[in-house]
Design a protein around this ligand. Structure first.
Ligand code: URA
Length: 229
């Protein structure tokens, strides 16, 4: 073991270079109270803000005109796991956050079953404004919002992209595919510069109507839990 007090200045500099002192001396204070690391790059913050503004600036959209709030996202923008649902419902429209109603309660339980929570994932929807009466978004509405969710994926740059239900699947993978055949397998896909592993699973609202399908969703959740990222 070298005793650094015994070294001359020139040797001391050599010694610090050798042990890569940058790793030891860092002028940033350590915040020992932060559990989940929400610190994100300025670029990501700016890009998310720009995207939010461009969605707010959409013109001639009856969804936007009838909604109380835009629903952009929830969770940790630094997460490597991004989840995408269909569109906000009444509770989401009220609060301006995705998955805060009954489907959201089930989604939180599904996440917790694989040791995840909203601080560890990032959540958004294909459509950012609530369709009236919670109807399914039309193809035209999906096409209108598709560039925004694609950009959103590119900015977050997740390693794993979880598509919840067939609206998200058909919008981002293709209209010809069916969820019963597509769920539960990894699909490598590129969204702009983002290369990601996509997995499709059932939407929590569907699982509330068809609880027998929860066993299939559990298989999908375990695939997510066990994926090396
Ligand atoms: N269903 C969705 O697809 N998204 C939400 O945010 C809420 C319910």
């Amino acid at each position: 073991m070298i005793k650094k007090n015994n070294l001359k200045p020139a040797k001391l500099i050599k010694y610090y270079n050798l042990i890569n002192f940058n790793l030891i001396y860092n002028n940033k204070a350590i915040n020992r109270y932060i559990k989940d690391n929400f610190e994100i790059s300025a670029d990501k913050v700016n890009n998310l803000e720009k995207l939010k503004k461009s969605i707010q600036n959409i013109n001639n959209c009856s969804l936007k005109d009838n909604a109380k709030n835009m629903v952009f996202s929830d969770g940790n923008p630094k997460s490597k796991i991004m989840l995408i649902g269909e569109a906000p419902g009444a509770n989401e429209d009220e609060e301006g956050l995705p998955f805060v109603g009954r489907a959201g309660v089930l989604l939180d339980k599904m996440l917790s079953a694989i040791n995840l929570n909203r601080g560890k994932v990032y959540i958004s929807n294909i459509i950012n404004y609530r369709p009236p009466e919670n109807r399914k978004p039309t193809d035209e509405e999906i096409q209108r919002y598709l560039p925004f969710i694609t950009k959103h994926i590119e900015i977050i740059n997740p390693k794993i992209l979880v598509l919840l239900g067939s609206t998200a699947m058909n919008a981002l993978i293709g209209s010809e595919v069916v969820i019963s055949k597509m769920r539960g397998k990894w699909i490598e896909k590129k969204f702009g510069n983002c290369k990601t592993s996509v997995i499709i699973t059932f939407h929590p609202a569907f699982l509330m109507r068809q609880p027998a399908q929860k066993k299939m969703a559990w298989i999908d959740l375990k695939l997510i839990r066990d994926k090396k990222i």
